[in-house]
Design a protein. Structure first.
Length: 446
């Protein structure tokens, strides 16, 4: 059944009627973003709702938490005082709508630009919500998967090997994690994806925490660290606490709301852990596309965001290198490509196609389709820049040496070489990534 068909809307209306919320379904549109789940906004009767749905049963088969478990947790969190959506419908096979559930639409916006324009006090509200999540009774969430630091690092190591085991910067991160495992802690409910982009905010106030699909029982410091990753601060490099404040202020607000005492070493472990995790997660998206599990263009483009996380890993780890290595000049950049004559090359043709899409097609699109066009233009840009100057990213011999302890940040010239490699790769894949300009300022003028 086509998701935009009258039959789909009618089936959704019948499912809503099953829980006493029937009416004519209209205004249905797929929401932008969301690297995993589908989210559909629709009106039914006098209210607005969001259908949250797995893209396929095949994709869901690899998840530790199924859709029913996610809905169960959201209800548990809401009952425990966490600002979370109200789940009103669990889909069943007879609905013919796939696997998922329906929630009442919360007021406000999750758009990062809008949220980051909020007062800094929003960080206190998010910290309070985080503390309430971590205070939830684990017995009411015993269906959640469990994750401790040692198990997590072992999984990342296996995932790295499965992805080819040939990325030296990721290997540096894994080696650091293995050497800095924190002591075990009593398990708490962890959201797993609590960051700007996954919170709803209305007029500067938090209205709800979204996207619970990565929830598990583990260390609450993982949530504190995840939202502070550079990638989830969307350019707010001067605000390391969620892009809204500093980490110390965020930690004080978390503790004041009943959260556990803040441990800087544990926070740093999880910050590096989730940066490695997301680097490998991006690579995994490319694997999903190749396997046919998800052939969306978005998967291919997100897979090329691995380089962003490698850059962030170097920025996180380089402070532990010897001073001489931190001050070592970078090797020269790749030679500039001379101006071309004659017929346009492949890169120039890609530029022409992208300009045509922007000038002719884009003005006629809106909503999800306009966003997908932006993804397509980004993909064309990645290919054009790779043809021009993207360096090779794989070096299995070096990665193995790092993991074996035979090379590292003290190895003469290694940090400088990896810095240059990261600058070139991110410059080709994601040249607008905010941390790239910051890294260039630090490294090219050292």
């Amino acid at each position: 059944m086509d998701d935009n068909s009258a039959g789909f809307a009618a089936a959704l209306g019948q499912a809503m009627a099953r829980v006493g919320r029937g009416g004519i379904v209209g205004e249905m549109r797929r929401l932008s973003g969301g690297a995993n789940m589908e989210s559909w906004l629709f009106a039914c009767g006098a209210a607005h709702y969001v259908l949250r749905r797995a893209p396929s049963a095949q994709w869901l088969a690899g998840r530790a938490l199924d859709m029913a478990g996610e809905a169960q947790l959201i209800r548990h969190a809401r009952a425990g005082g966490v600002p979370a959506p109200e789940v009103v419908l669990d889909l069943v096979p007879e609905d013919g709508l796939g696997i998922g559930f329906v929630m009442v639409c919360l007021p406000g916006s999750a758009d990062p630009e809008t949220v980051l324009a909020s007062p800094a006090a929003l960080a206190d509200e998010i910290a309070t919500a985080m503390a309430r999540i971590h205070a939830l009774d684990p017995a009411g969430a015993d269906h959640l998967p469990r994750l401790d630091a040692a198990t997590g690092v072992a999984r990342l190591s296996a995932q790295f090997a499965d992805a080819g085991g040939d990325r030296p910067i990721i290997a540096l991160g894994l080696a650091w994690l293995r050497a800095h495992l924190p002591p075990p802690v009593p398990p708490r409910v962890v959201h797993g994806d609590l960051r700007i982009g996954n919170v709803m905010v209305d007029q500067g106030r938090l209205t709800g925490v979204l996207d619970w699909e990565l929830a598990h029982l583990g260390d609450g410091h993982e949530d504190l660290a995840f939202g502070c990753m550079t990638v989830w601060r969307f350019g707010r490099l001067d605000k390391p606490g969620l892009g809204l404040t500093d980490v110390a202020t965020l930690a004080r607000a978390y503790e004041a709301a009943g959260g556990e005492p803040f441990d800087p070493a544990r926070f740093r472990f999880w910050l590096i852990y989730r940066t490695v995790w997301w680097a490998l997660g991006c690579l995994e998206m490319g694997k999903a596309w190749r396997s046919g599990a998800d052939r969306s263009l978005e998967r291919v483009v997100v897979a090329r965001r691995t380089a962003e996380q490698e850059l962030d890993l170097l920025l996180l780890l380089e402070g532990e290198a010897p001073l001489a290595e931190r001050q070592r000049p970078l090797p020269p950049p790749p030679a500039a490509i001379p101006e071309r004559n004659g017929e346009p090359d492949a890169g120039e043709i890609l530029t022409a196609v992208s300009e045509w899409l922007a000038g002719v097609v884009k003005p006629h699109l809106a909503g999800r389709e306009r966003w997908e066009l932006a993804v397509a233009q980004n993909a064309l840009g990645i290919v054009r820049r790779e043809l021009a100057a993207r360096p090779a990213t794989g070096d299995a011999v070096l990665a193995h040496a790092i993991l074996a302890g035979e090379a590292g940040l003290a190895t003469p010239g290694l940090l400088a070489d990896l810095r240059r490699r990261a600058l070139a790769t991110v410059g080709a894949d994601m040249p607008k990534y905010p941390a790239l300009a910051a890294a260039r300022a630090l490294w090219e003028h050292a």
